[in-house]
Every structure is written in structure tokens, then in C-alpha cells.
Write a protein that binds this ligand. Structure first.
Ligand code: ADP
Ligand code: MG
Length: 685
């Protein structure tokens, strides 16, 4: 199998230059790639219907006998129309083909065929228009449907796959140990590869699909398992005294129980163990993660160690700096901000002072802190919005020989059923309590016709001293009729708002331009911000009270919820307006979920039902499984199975240098880019 990845796709029998180009567009460069190009869906030809039962429904399959062979006639448009008269045993009907002579002419009198298409009744007779046709007797009843692109049809790809599968050796080497296959009732890799393309029946297809989906989750879980083992590092950081209670008095508010519990969990990790804390703080947007980070920073700072607080952007770093300065005003801990706009000389001075241990808490972006800064005695690293950092950066610190405690904060709620699995390498604390006094964000769905009214509403909020976000999916005018930032700013707003207090923000702007706009919005100089989804995830503007999302149908539940989290950050009522003309059931269900709930954890469960677990791994930066098979809600059981199997394998003391684990080892290093990384703790691939 491995060697087939070295055989160029144009070497496959029947694939000419043109087809090769088309396949390339689908990412298929080698014969191996083609075999790993799994069908997007399957057509089931085993459920047979009749003319009368199929009439008016979507595509159905009919088993028919030809009673009159093909006749052709030219119709007004100049096209040719071909008819074949067939019977389903009870009724007679016509199969109608346009401009396609070959198929109808191959259908012979008295022979049986299966037709697949939509049936209608013209009043005089039944018709099935442009049906797909297969011979009865091929035995197969499930056919693969591949993602196609212009110039190559699913059928053609299917034919190529057949040829490619024939090039495989009789039996493909198994990639998993036999005892794992037995214990978790999995089919062989060989069976899976063949049956994912051409299954004889649904049972075989399920077996094949389960195995391949399992494999991807399994590699992921195995990687996490190793990382967890690896990141259980001994630490010299000794936290002796728990003084967090003292810190609570400095805060301008009473902490929620969830915040206190999370702080206690961190204290527990750091005080008791000889191992470094490695904890994730998961909380919905606006659940008050920063205060938790501050309390934990106080603990470590007062115990004589330095703390690094890393944010993904300068804006967030300076926001944290301001918040920390407020919280720590009456303490004796010293805080500094390392930011890109510092002049070189000043930056150097601050960095020297950090190295001497003058500062207790150092706040900055990840790049600024990890690159050049040397700490005197780093005891804790807090990273905010961790999905942007990921494990690579973390292992970089560890590899520098520093073993501080780490706390990562994520504002992407993950379904409870998946959290332990997606973040398998971390201990987790959850902020699942709403902050006191916060009102539900009222969410509405409108269509375009009501936009002007909605804008008037925004005007009213602005007049009351509030601020608003308007989110568009496009930057510039486009063919797809997606509402865009520029047109919005230039035309749609100009009747209502004065341009002087409206700002625009999108990904094509230079970083300093973006920062400037964002800062003006934070300061309140700008009242309305028209933006793509680049608005900072962590930005906390208490005055922002409306967010209007155009083309809301283009966003998933989690993304809509994240965007909505930009408002509702004070005790005043906030609003979220979803603008969409979409009538699709899918988007209506998503909007319904958004309207009915403000709870990120609940919504993420709903999202899981729509998207399946595969997508959720994308919110974490580890080797994201790329299964090539869309996952479904029900696949959660496979994720669990994979996690158990991975732990079994690690517990068995698997030695990845053995030849039989070559496949697993290669996949692991590819997904995690951690090959060779070794923290000196013995494990690793
Ligand atoms: P996120 O979890 O999204 O990072 P923040 O930490 O930015 O949320 O907190 C959102 C806002 O709520 C901040 O203005 C913060 O000061 C405030 N806040 C945090 N905890 C509490 C609390 N227990 N009571 C009242 N306000 C709080
Ligand atoms: Mg935050």
C-alpha cells in the first residue's frame, strides 16, 4: 500500500492527462491518494419501489422490464429526446433521456434493469426523467458517490478506484495489533479499504467505515496519551502557602462558586504535587476566566515565583494588563506589559528587569514572551484562548528546560461528552455558572426586509450610549450576494449613521490599522463596528450591546455563539440580531437553538448533533484528524472506543520503534509534528 503513494496517478490505467489534472484538483496525486479518497456518500439501490409508490417522491429505485425499445425524437429546443417503455410488473411507464443516446439504446426488450430517478405522473402515464440505469444481476446494491469536480464525474472516479484497488496486494498489511482488533470488534484494514468503496451491503459498509473512523480518532488519542504522559513533568516550583482568600478581597466583585472551585482546583494541583499543573480552564464567553487567572497568578507571585500571562494578540494582552493592574492595585506584586509597540531600548530594559526578577507578573503576546524573554524563576504560564496556541508551543517551553505550572484558558465550550476526549492531555476545570446580574442576550432572527428597522434599533441603542457590532461574511462586493463590509459601510449605513463614529475591520487590513480601529472602539470613540469575523474573541467591551450578524446562515452554532459573546458584558440588556433570508431547515434549526439558549455548553451539544464529533477536534490544535469521512453524532461511541484502545496500547508499553508499528508511528509524527521531541521523560515517538 505504502508504495502506491509513490505511483503517480497518471500511471493508473485509463487515466489520461486531462483526468489526472481533474484528480489533482481533488488532491489526488498518487494511486495511494485515490484509494484513500473515500466516497462522500452512498446510493442505496436495494430498496425497490414501483411507479405508483414512487410517484411524487425524491429519487427512488424501480426494477423494470423493457417493453418497447428506444425511440428518439427531436424536440423544440433542438435537443434529442429518447424514450424507453418499461413496466414494473403492474404499471407501464416511460424512461426519458435527453441528448443521451448510449444508455437508452443499450436497454433491450425483455431485459430487466434498475432505474433510479424521480417519478411523476403526467395524468396519462408515469414518467421517470433522466434516470440512472444499472443492470439487474450485478449483485451490488450500494454504490459509492465521490466528490466530483468539473471534468470528472463520480462514476468515472469510481471506475478509477476499481482499477486502483486491483493494484493492491492480495492482503494489505494490518496496521493495528490483532488483540486491539479483537477487543474492540474491528474489521481488518484490508477489509475496510476495499469495502469503504464497494461494499456488498450496509453491514459491510458500516464495518469498514467504523474501522476507518476509529483509526483516525485512535491516532489522535494515542498522540494525546503520549503527550499527557510526557507532560507529566516533575517541577521544582514549590507553592507552599495558599493565600488566594486574601486576593478575593482585592477584587471589585464577589467571585462565583464556579470561579472559586476552579481556583481551588489549581491550588490543589500546585500545592500538593511534585508534578507541574497542566490544566485547562474551560468557560463560556464572558464567564470570568480572567479573574481566575488573576487569583492563580497572585498565588504563584506571592509564593515568590514569576508568572507569564500570554494572549494571542496585542489588544488582548493590553486588555489583560489593564484588568490585572486594577485587580492588583492594592497588592505589592509588580506587573509589566511586553508589547510590540515598545521602543527597542525600553523593551530591552523591561526584559532585563524581568530577568533580574523585578516583575512578578509579565503580560504579553505569546511571541513576545517566549522568544527572547528570560525569567528569573518562572513558576506559572497562563495562556488565553488556547485554541490558537496548541501543544507545539507548550512543548517548546518544556523543551527549554523550564517546568512551570501551566493554565490554559479556552472560550470554546466543548460538549461534555467530548471534553475529556478532545482535551485528553489536560486536566479540566469548568466555569459553568453565569455571572451575577447578567441578563439573557435577547436573540432575534429577521430577514433582509427588516434590516432598516433593525438599524434604527441600533441607532436607538447608540443614542442611549451603547455600541454595536455588525458582522458580515464578505469583505468586498462579490458574486455570491454575500453582504460585505465595504458596501455596508459605504451604502447601507450612510443614511442612518455618521461615518465619523463607524469603523470597519477586516482581515485584509494591516495589523496596526486593525489595532487602531479596535482600540478606538474599545475607548468608545467608535460606536458601530462593521467587521468580518476577525473581531477579537476575547475583547471585553462592556458598552457593546448589540451584535447584528448578516448572512447568519453561513455560520455554525458555535461560531454564532462566539460572536454573540461580544455583547452581554454588562448588566444592561444586550441583543443579537441574526439576519438571513435562508429558508433551509438546517439554518432554521440553528437559529432556533440560538434563540432558545445562551448556554455555550448546551449549544455545543446541539452543534455536535449537527456536525458530528470530527469537527470538534478542529477547535484544538493537536493533529486534527482528517478522516475524509464526514462524522455523525453517533460516532461518539467510536471516539470513546478509540480512547480506550489508545490507553490500552500505551499501558501495554508499546514500543513504536518496532517495525509492526511503523504505520502508526508515521501517522503520529505527521499529525503531531512531534517526532523526536523528547522531554527526557522516556516516552515518545
Ligand atoms: P471571559 O471568560 O470571556 O474571559 P472575562 O474574564 O473577560 O470573561 O470577564 C467578563 C467580565 O466580567 C469582565 O468585565 C470581568 O471583570 C467581569 N467579572 C468576572 N467575574 C465576575 C464576577 N464574579 N462578578 C461580576 N463580574 C465579573
Ligand atoms: Mg477572556
Amino acid at each position: 500500500m505504502a508504495s502506491l503513494f509513490k505511483v503517480d496517478i497518471n500511471k493508473l490505467k485509463g487515466v489520461g492527462t486531462r483526468s489526472a489534472q481533474c484528480l489533482e484538483k481533488l488532491g489526488i496525486l498518487s494511486v495511494g491518494d485515490l484509494i484513500n479518497f473515500y466516497p462522500r456518500a452512498y446510493e442505496d439501490w436495494s430498496n425497490l419501489s414501483t411507479f405508483s409508490a414512487a410517484c411524487g417522491k425524491k429519487e427512488q429505485c424501480l426494477r423494470v422490464k423493457v417493453v418497447r425499445e428506444c425511440t428518439g425524437q427531436r424536440i423544440r429546443s433542438g435537443k434529442m429526446l429518447y424514450k424507453v417503455e418499461v413496466t414494473d410488473g403492474t404499471n407501464i411507464g416511460e424512461a426519458i433521456f435527453f441528448n443521451n443516446r448510449f444508455t437508452p439504446q443499450s436497454m433491450k426488450n425483455g431485459n430487466f434493469y434498475i432505474l433510479r430517478g424521480a417519478v411523476k405522473n403526467t395524468g396519462k402515464k408515469y414518467e421517470i426523467i433522466s434516470p440512472k440505469v444499472k443492470d439487474v444481476g450485478s449483485g451490488d446494491s450500494i454504490f459509492p458517490v465521490y466528490t466530483q469536480t468539473s471534468g470528472i464525474t463520480s462514476n468515472k472516479i469510481s471506475n478509477f478506484v476499481k482499477v486502483a484497488l486491483d493494484m493492491l496486494p492480495e492482503h494489505i498489511t494490518e496496521t493495528l495489533p490483532g488483540w486491539i482488533l479483537d477487543k474492540y470488534s474491528l474489521c481488518s484494514y484490508d477489509f475496510a479499504l476495499k469495502n469503504i468503496h464497494f461494499p456488498k451491503n450496509k453491514e459491510d459498509l458500516k464495518k469498514a467505515r467504523d474501522r476507518l473512523v476509529f483509526d483516525e480518532f485512535f491516532i489522535y488519542q494515542l498522540g494525546l496519551g503520549f503527550i499527557k504522559k510526557q507532560s507529566r513533568i516533575l517541577t521544582d516550583v514549590k507553592i507552599k502557602e495558599n493565600n488566594t482568600q486574601k486576593f478575593y478581597k482585592f477584587l471589585p466583585f464577589e467571585l462565583t462558586n464556579a470561579q472559586k472551585r476552579s481556583i481551588d482546583e489549581c491550588v490543589e494541583d500546585m500545592i500538593s504535587g511534585k508534578y507541574a499543573m497542566n490544566r485547562l480552564l474551560q468557560g463560556d464567553v464572558g464567564s470570568g476566566k480572567t479573574a481566575v487567572a488573576a487569583a492563580v497568578s497572585y498565588l504563584v507571585g506571592k509564593n515568590g515565583y514569576q508568572v507569564a500571562v500570554m494572549a494571542p494578540t496585542e489588544i488582548l494582552a493590553s486588555q489583560h494588563y489593564n484588568t490585572f493592574c486594577k485587580f492588583f492595585k492594592n497588592t505589592d506584586l509588580r506587573i509589566c506589559l511586553v508589547c510590540g509597540s515598545l521602543r527597542a531600548k525600553e523593551k530591552k530594559r523591561i526584559q532585563q528587569e524581568i530577568e533580574w526578577g523585578f516583575y512578578d507578573i509579565v503580560i504579553g503576546t505569546h511571541a513576545l514572551i517566549s522568544e527572547k524573554t528570560i525569567f528569573k524563576n518562572l513558576g506559572l504560564v497562563v495562556t488565553d484562548e488556547q485554541h490558537r496556541f496548541g501543544v507545539k508551543q507548550r512543548s517548546a517551553l518544556i523543551n527549554k528546560g523550564i517546568s512551570p505550572h501551566t493554565l490554559v484558558m479556552s472560550a470554546t465550550p466543548i460538549p461534555r461528552t467530548l471534553a475529556l476526549i478532545v482535551y485528553g492531555d489536560l486536566d479540566i476545570s469548568v466555569l459553568d455558572e453565569a455571572l451575577p446580574g447578567r441578563q439573557k442576550i435577547d436573540t432575534f432572527r429577521i430577514d433582509e426586509k427588516k434590516r432598516t428597522r433593525a438599524l434604527k434599533f441600533i441607532e436607538k441603542i447608540v443614542n442611549e450610549g451603547g455600541q454595536a457590532y455588525i458582522v458580515c461574511a464578505g469583505i468586498e462586493e462579490n458574486e455570491n450576494d454575500i453582504v460585505d463590509v465595504k458596501t455596508y459601510y459605504d451604502k447601507m449605513l450612510s443614511d442612518i449613521f455618521e461615518k465619523s463614529y463607524v469603523g470597519i475591520l477586516h482581515g485584509k487590513m494591516a495589523p496596526n490599522e486593525k489595532d487602531e480601529i479596535m482600540e478606538r472602539f474599545i475607548k468608545g470613540e467608535l460606536k458601530v463596528l462593521v467587521s468580518t469575523t476577525v473581531i477579537e474573541v476575547g475583547v471585553d467591551v462592556a458598552n457593546a450591546r448589540v451584535i447584528m450578524i448578516e448572512n447568519a446562515e453561513r455560520f455554525g452554532i458555535s461560531q454564532l455563539h462566539q460572536l454573540r459573546g461580544r455583547v452581554g458584558r454588562s448588566e444592561k440588556k444586550s441583543y443579537c440580531i441574526l439576519v438571513s433570508n435562508s429558508k433551509s431547515k438546517d439554518s432554521n434549526q440553528r437559529f432556533g437553538a440560538m434563540i432558545s439558549s445562551n448556554d455555550g455548553f448546551y449549544l455545543s451539544e446541539e452543534d455536535l448533533k449537527f456536525r458530528g464529533p470530527g469537527d470538534f477536534f478542529g477547535t484544538n490544535q493537536h493533529g486534527v484528524p482528517n478522516i475524509g469521512i464526514p462524522t455523525k453524532y453517533e460516532d461518539i461511541y467510536l471516539v470513546k472506543k478509540a480512547q480506550n484502545a489508545a490507553l490500552d496500547l500505551i499501558d501495554s508499553g508499546i514500543d513504536l520503534t518496532l517495525p509492526e508499528f511503523k504505520f502508526i508511528k508515521n501517522k503520529l509524527s505527521k499529525s503531531f509534528e512531534l517526532n523526536g521531541a523528547n522531554s527526557g521523560q522516556g516516552v515518545i515517538f
